[in-house]
Design a protein around this ligand. Structure first.
Ligand code: NI
Length: 130
């Protein structure tokens, strides 16, 4: 199979939002739903001041790389401060979430070892924790 190259520019991409979670918006930079890529995917998420990305887990591992703002990440049973330059490795099925306690958007990139974000099954329910 021929692997095609892909290049995107963040400001050219449209924001998406989550109806059930106010204060979040995201873009897909490298994702098989928008680029001719596979095996890896990259997106950008912004959390508004005071907003929360609720704790969840999923079967693929994930990386967060923060580039703007300040906040707290929930990782397993720990809470850590995050800011520009913080990288977080999230193992398979590890609980994680975010709180923006600053007065600026908390912005980061996510990376999944999957073709696309849309194939990730998000689990928010504690009762189904593995
Ligand atoms: Ni996640």
């Amino acid at each position: 199979m021929i692997r095609k190259q892909a290049i995107t520019q963040i400001e050219d991409l449209e924001w998406h939002s989550v109806e059930e979670i106010p204060g979040l918006r995201y873009k897909f930079l490298i994702d098989s739903d928008v680029t001719s890529s596979r095996g890896l995917s990259l997106g950008a998420l912004e959390v508004a001041p005071g907003a929360i990305l609720p704790p969840h887990h999923h079967s693929p591992q994930e990386i967060y790389l923060f580039h703007s703002g300040e906040g707290e990440v929930i990782l397993g049973d720990e809470i850590h401060q995050v800011r520009a330059g913080t990288a977080v490795f999230i193992p398979e099925h590890c609980w994680h979430g975010l709180i923006n306690k600053g007065d600026q958007p908390l912005a980061f990139y996510w990376i999944f070892p999957t073709d696309s974000w849309s194939e990730i099954e998000y689990i928010y329910d504690k009762s189904s924790a593995k």
